[in-house]
Design a protein around this ligand. Structure first.
Ligand SMILES: CC(C)(COP(=O)(O)OP(=O)(O)OC[C@H]1O[C@@H](n2cnc3c(N)ncnc32)[C@H](O)[C@@H]1OP(=O)(O)O)[C@@H](O)C(=O)NCCC(=O)NCCS
Length: 219
């Protein structure tokens, strides 16, 4: 397999999320099991705290990315946050990454792909550092960060990972644009397929109903 084939094989449609996806984001996070919520937020977030987090998401300032399955369920989601009260230029060039993947979709590389996408976006937005705060027991998250070249500092139960980002260039801009457009196209196909499935289901129901009526009438 060539490098290009390999890249295509590993391609995962990642969409930018907008305010209209707020409820889906809430459903995604509420579907996380208690331990995963604990790992995601760093504390045992209640439903109410999850809702408050989602209500407070700023889609203008930050970037939210998602992966949808064929049934249009948001199975993975990442939040790239910028410091709202950044005072120094260094803080303004730093973005923080948070991610979650539903249990049934784990181990397929979605977490790592979302991280790649966040790195690309942060670079293109002029950031030169990515920050990840994770619990030290969160091997999967720390592995994703370390695999990308981040420096991980463990401090007891908490860990911080810092990743230096290269400056943006034409390739990084084109890469993000193409990925975004391809993911939009993929989503439209999924919406279409979903509608067709529902339509076929309705046609089948009507067919069953008619044959049932015919059977009763002939009895
Ligand atoms: C962390 C999380 C997003 C990883 O998602 P994922 O899609 O399963 O991860 P990937 O498939 O991309 O795997 C990334 C790497 O982690 C490794 N990994 C995955 N699960 C692991 C685990 N339980 N223990 C150790 N390593 C693990 C994979 O082997 C892979 O490394 P490799 O490429 O060197 O083989 C997911 O486990 C999750 O949602 N956890 C709950 C929320 C959370 O912890 N969020 C992070 C805090 S911000």
């Amino acid at each position: 397999m060539t490098t290009a084939d390999n890249a295509l094989f590993q391609w995962v449609p990642i969409r930018s999320l907008a305010p209209r996806h707020r409820e889906r984001a809430a459903q995604h996070l509420l579907a996380l099991e208690p331990r995963d919520r604990y790992l995601r937020f760093g504390y045992a977030a209640t439903d109410e705290q999850v809702r408050r987090y989602v209500d407070g998401l700023d889609f203008e300032r930050d970037e939210l990315f998602g992966i949808f399955n064929r049934k249009l369920v948001l199975i993975a989601m990442a939040h790239l946050a910028y410091a709202p009260e950044a005072k120094t230029p260094e803080q303004r060039r730093t973005a923080e990454f948070g991610v979650s993947v539903l249990k049934q979709a784990r181990g397929r590389g979605y977490g790592a792909r979302l991280f790649d996408r966040a790195m690309l976006h942060a670079r293109n937005r002029g950031c030169d550092r990515l920050f990840i705060h994770a619990l030290s027991e969160n091997s999967a998250m720390l592995k994703i960060a370390a695999n990308a070249g981040a420096t991980v500092q463990r401090d007891g139960p908490e860990s911080e990972a810092w990743l230096k980002l290269p400056p943006d260039d034409l390739a990084s801009r084109v890469d993000e644009l193409v990925s975004q457009q391809a993911a939009e196209l993929d989503f439209r196909f999924k919406v279409h397929a979903h509608r067709m499935n529902r339509l076929m289901g309705m046609v089948r129901d009507v067919g069953d109903h008619i044959s049932e009526k015919g059977r009763i009438a002939s009895e």
